[in-house]
Design a binder for this molecule. Structure first.
Ligand SMILES: NC(=O)c1ccc[n+]([C@@H]2O[C@H](COP(=O)([O-])OP(=O)(O)OC[C@H]3O[C@@H](n4cnc5c(N)ncnc54)[C@H](O)[C@@H]3O)[C@@H](O)[C@H]2O)c1
Length: 318
């Protein structure tokens, strides 16, 4: 592997956890951890660097100067406020939209060819804003989207069916938030359709779908209520996406992207199956949706479009 640099913008709970996950996974050769507060970046980078002598050789550099991000193959954006109790991810939009537009301006200046992965919330609307604010092509910008929601669902379904989660194939698409939904119509366990799999006890498939859909939508909120923020799960998801970019793996992830025209949902960004490699979103796969699922996708797109349009009076490009 040639020397690869990955930068993380924002050294808060999420950014420092992403930097740490990159180091633990050895996803690249050098991590630059940037924050507007040099002290914060140093504190977190030095703490992570202390583990390096116990791991494989790896470089982690704190920074408060965007020039240090030059040469990055990928940049993960984690700046911004986290929801206060009772706030939804969409409530953060006003404060985070302007920050993201200005961060994209800096990244276009110092690393115009890097793949940019947004994690800041509301991730779908901010991905759309990043695509519109940036001079780089849209395939180089994506949001971490529902990668984590899908992983949570595969884990829960695997436990219920008593099979290894990697053999459970199901996608969670749409908004990373309350209108996300699993695409049950194409779910398989191995190559067997989910509806043909025996279910535990007296559980009906309908019950199982309802319970799991609700559980994955609630999971982030439940963690938030207990520790005040979430960090490790999304950090591993982001590090996994980064590795696919740096190693040009062409793996399929549900990341937040501008949907292909065939989905008929307009200019929003939301999670759909996408092949991720060195060029970011190499291409999108077209999911065959049931009528009900298409309606859910339309609804998710409407929710996100309304949130985006609510910004038009606030000075942000909409
Ligand atoms: N997509 C997901 O699944 C997911 C999960 C968890 C958190 N998040 C989001 O990630 C974001 C960060 O959460 P957190 O808990 O790390 O917050 P945090 O407050 O701990 O950290 C934010 C960091 O960003 C820095 N920062 C703020 N504005 C900046 C700017 N303009 N330039 C550089 N640095 C700046 C701050 O100094 C701080 O260190 C939030 O928007 C949160 O909602 C997303």
């Amino acid at each position: 592997m040639t020397s690869s640099i990955v930068s993380v913008v924002g050294a808060g709970h999420v950014g420092s956890a992403v930097a740490n996950a990159l180091v633990l996974r050895r996803a690249c050769d050098r991590v630059v951890l940037f924050d507007r507060s040099a002290e914060r970046a140093e504190g977190e980078a030095w703490d992570i660097a202390d583990a390096v002598p116990l791991l494989a050789e790896m470089d982690i550099t704190p920074s408060a100067d965007y020039a240090d991000l030059a040469g990055s193959e990928a940049v993960v954006i984690t700046v911004g406020a986290t929801p206060a109790p009772g706030q939804s991810r969409l409530d953060l939009l006003g404060s985070n939209a302007g920050i993201i537009a200005s961060v994209m301006g800096e990244l276009d200046r110092v690393c115009p060819e890097a793949v940019v992965i947004l994690v800041s919330n509301p991730v779908d609307v901010l991905t759309r804003i990043a695509i519109e604010a940036s001079t780089r092509p849209a395939h180089l910008i994506l949001g971490s989207g529902t990668v984590l929601d899908g992983a949570r669902l595969r884990q829960r379904l695997g436990e219920l069916l008593r099979v290894e989660k990697d053999d459970v194939h199901i996608y969670v698409i749409g908004e990373h938030g309350d209108s996300s939904f699993p695409v049950w119509s194409s779910a398989t366990v191995g190559a067997v359709r989910l509806e043909d799999c025996p279910l535990p006890g007296s559980t009906s498939l309908l019950q199982l779908k309802d319970e799991l859909t609700t559980a994955i939508r609630r999971r982030g909120r439940e963690i938030h209520e207990r520790k005040g923020y979430t960090s490790y799960g999304v950090a591993s998801a982001a590090a996994r996406i980064v590795r696919a970019v740096v190693r040009d793996e062409r793996r399929i992830f549900m990341v937040s992207v501008r949907p292909a025209e065939e989905y008929g949902v307009g200019d929003v960004a939301l999670s759909l199956p996408s092949v991720i490699g060195r060029a970011g979103v190499e291409r999108q796969l077209l999911l065959r949706l049931s009528d009900e699922e298409q309606q859910l996708l339309d609804h998710s797109a409407r929710v996100l479009d309304e949130a985006y349009r609510s910004l038009s009076g606030s000075g942000t490009k909409a």
